[in-house]
Design a binder for this molecule. Structure first.
Ligand code: MG
Length: 255
């Protein structure tokens, strides 16, 4: 890397950890950068937990990040609901963090197919009943509001299907569905991080494991994208934005 790196925005899944397991070399590097005072924020598409919960996990790894410096699609979800469907009845496929954000946005969490919005995130209790209720709500005209378009999420022993794979399921089942999809590759999460850090996009890198989300969001925000090679399922596609490639965060020296 010839150009100096003054600030870092990093993804979480596939960069800092896989499922519950930390990626040790990443944790060591991030801890060192924090100690050196490198402006650092995290931008994740994962909505299974709140920013405060992610910050607590990072703190447990010795990375002393504040919740304000962990940016998730939950804030974008709250803003979308307040702007577009204030007070809407929402059916939530997702965890407590998503339910809380719907309520915080002034929405109502309902448990039937009369919902006006189906909020879609990662839900470890997902089963056929929830899929049926959501499908019927969408067939009745509800909006599908998805937290991210990722199709795969790295876990300890491989990968699991992510929210984008569920969007594809509903898209196949519901004629004319036009989902609203938040998170990366839209630049919003990265622009919020740049704002927070007071960083110049030209001096900032975005580290991520996914080209379709992380590297595209970096390009859209004017930030240099650096891909870490923890996703062996990546296949280059025409239109992929140019980006740097590393095997390990120790290859970078910001500051
Ligand atoms: Mg990732």
């Amino acid at each position: 890397m010839s150009k100096p790196i003054r600030a870092v925005i990093s993804d979480l899944d596939g960069v800092v950890w896989r499922g519950e397991a930390a990626i040790p070399s990443s944790v060591v590097a991030l801890r060192r950068w924090f100690e050196r005072g490198v402006p650092l924020a995290f931008a994740t598409n994962n909505s299974a937990h709140s920013a405060a919960e992610f910050a607590r996990v990072l703190n447990g790894f010795g990375i002393p990040v504040a919740p304000s410096h962990v940016i998730t699609p939950i804030e974008a979800l709250t803003a979308w609901l307040q702007t577009n469907r204030p007070g809407a009845n929402c059916y939530v496929i997702g965890g407590d963090a998503l339910r809380t954000s719907v309520i915080a946005a002034g929405g109502h969490v309902v448990e039937d197919a009369g919902a006006e919005v189906v909020v879609l995130g990662t839900d470890y209790d997902l089963g056929y009943t929830k899929l049926r209720i959501a499908t019927n709500a969408l067939l009745n005209g509800a909006v599908l509001l998805a937290t991210n378009p990722d199709v795969l999420s790295p876990v300890e022993d491989g990968f699991e299907p992510c929210v984008g794979a569920l969007v594809a399921l509903f898209d196949a089942a519901v004629p004319g569905l036009e989902p609203v999809i938040l998170g990366k590759p839209q630049p919003g999460l990265l622009l919020a991080a740049l704002d927070l850090l007071g960083a110049d996009p030209g001096d900032t890198i975005m580290i991520g494991d996914q080209v379709s989300t992380d590297m595209k969001a970096a390009a859209a925000a004017g930030v240099r994208g650096i891909r870490i090679t923890t996703n062996p399922h990546y296949r280059p596609c025409p239109g992929d934005p140019p980006h740097g490639v590393i095997d390990c965060l120790s290859e970078l020296s910001p500051g």
